[in-house]
Write a protein that binds this ligand. Structure first.
Ligand SMILES: Cc1cc2nc3c(=O)[nH]c(=O)nc-3n(C[C@H](O)[C@H](O)[C@H](O)COP(=O)(O)O)c2cc1C
Length: 130
């Protein structure tokens, strides 16, 4: 099974979740602004996450979502962090849907900085799809 993990994180909160998911999947967590971010083969599962900033997504993630094509992933699973609002989840899901990528209804969300316990929950969440 080909699993990919992509994220964008300004201060590390979403990055921690991405890394917990990636470690569970045995793949690297790749920031969407890295040179390796482009998906080269169709992923069976794309875990993709980002945070909410001023009720929107960071432009790096927004632009990355716009580059995605239907054949990039058979299915996407979303994760996010924010102070309060889960609107980021909806925005990421919309970007994926607009690209034609089916999105898992369930998502993983943490308020602010994930605790060790929450990072274990993130890994357990990922395991369900692997
Ligand atoms: C400039 C700025 C704007 C933010 N706007 C929102 C917001 O509108 N709603 C919200 O719930 N959280 C907001 N947050 C909180 C971040 O989404 C939260 O700290 C998140 O965990 C940051 O993730 P990151 O470290 O992966 O970048 C904002 C944070 C910053 C720095």
């Amino acid at each position: 099974m080909k699993v990919e993990v992509r994220y964008y994180s300004r201060s590390g909160n979403t990055k921690s979740v991405a890394e917990a998911i990636a470690a569970q999947a045995g793949v690297p967590a790749v920031s969407v602004d890295s040179a390796d971010a482009q998906l080269r083969e169709t992923a069976d599962i794309l875990f993709i996450g980002g945070a909410l900033y001023a009720y929107g997504l960071d432009s790096h993630l927004k632009n990355y979502l716009k580059t995605l094509k239907k054949y990039d992933a058979k299915k996407a699973v979303v994760f996010s962090t924010s102070w309060l609002s889960k609107h980021s989840v909806d925005l990421i899901k919309k970007g994926l849907t607009d690209a034609g990528i089916p999105v898992e209804t369930e998502f993983f969300y943490v308020k602010n900085t994930p605790s060790e316990e929450q990072l274990k929950d993130a890994a357990a969440f990922a395991r369900k799809f692997l």
